[in-house]
Design a protein around this ligand. Structure first.
Ligand SMILES: Cc1cc2nc3c(=O)[nH]c(=O)nc-3n(C[C@H](O)[C@H](O)[C@H](O)COP(=O)(O)O)c2cc1C
Length: 213
């Protein structure tokens, strides 16, 4: 393991559980692989805007159309390229992903809208879509107020973990694991249990990693 990319997406600052846990995961990975580099992408400190009409024309040009060319769209395109290059350079991505309204924070969705790019992370063939970002490991740090895993709510309401797994699979990443703290809003005791469970997930990650890069 050489390059770790830590992505934080919670706007809950110091009270954020996912931020606390992404830091724990990265510390654990660094302990196992001291040579590993860590890039930190904080999507709250440095937000990514919603896709604009102009950026779409640059990222997904209509055949025959001339893409817009001005300072604003150049800056947007440069940011998209920076996010994509950073992602492509990572061997392991530690992705903080709170559940917000049964899905992910819009900040994380905006990042996905930059990284899932035809010709860069996926392509279409006559046999269907082909993921181009294979070979990475993604550790999703999932924090959520209620409990979904293994319950009747999971298939109806979990558009967070299920979505992330689907979109990562789409771009070729099949090594997706979850560090999960759920039920954190239910009671202080449930919150303690959730954090202890997430710590067990983190301890389990060690088994999957070699001692050195
Ligand atoms: C805007 C918002 C929406 C939320 N929506 C849900 C939800 O749909 N389901 C749920 O179980 N918890 C929900 N929660 C609770 C969060 O998932 C929980 O606070 C979690 O710890 C957030 O991660 P963080 O602590 O890293 O910010 C929501 C919290 C906020 C602030």
């Amino acid at each position: 393991m050489k390059n770790i990319l830590q992505i934080d997406t919670s706007p809950q600052g110091a009270g954020s559980i996912s931020r606390q846990l992404t830091a724990r995961v990265v510390a654990q990975l660094k302990a196992m692989s001291p040579q590993a580099t860590v890039a930190h992408r904080d999507l709250i400190a440095t937000p990514v805007s919603h896709l604009s009409t102009e950026l779409i024309q640059v990222l997904r040009p209509t055949p025959g159309a001339v893409p817009p060319e001005n300072a604003a769209v150049r800056a947007e395109a440069a940011q998209a390229e920076e996010l994509l290059s950073e992602f492509l350079a990572a061997d392991v991505v530690v992705m903080g992903a709170p559940m917000f309204n049964f899905s992910i924070p819009s900040q994380l969705k905006a990042w996905i809208d930059r990284v899932v790019q035809a010709g860069r992370t996926f392509s279409y063939s006559s046999a269907g879509p082909v993921g181009l970002a294979a070979g990475k490991k993604v550790i999703v740090v999932s924090s959520r107020g209620g409990v979904y895993a293994g319950t009747a709510y999971e298939s109806a309401l979990d558009h967070q973990e299920a979505y992330l797994k689907a979109v990562l699979n789409f771009i070729g990443i099949t090594d997706v694991s979850f560090v999960r703290a759920e039920g954190v809003a239910m009671s202080p005791e449930k919150r303690r249990e959730a954090l202890a469970s997430a710590e067990r997930d983190i301890a389990g990650l060690t088994l999957a990693y070699p001692k050195a890069a």
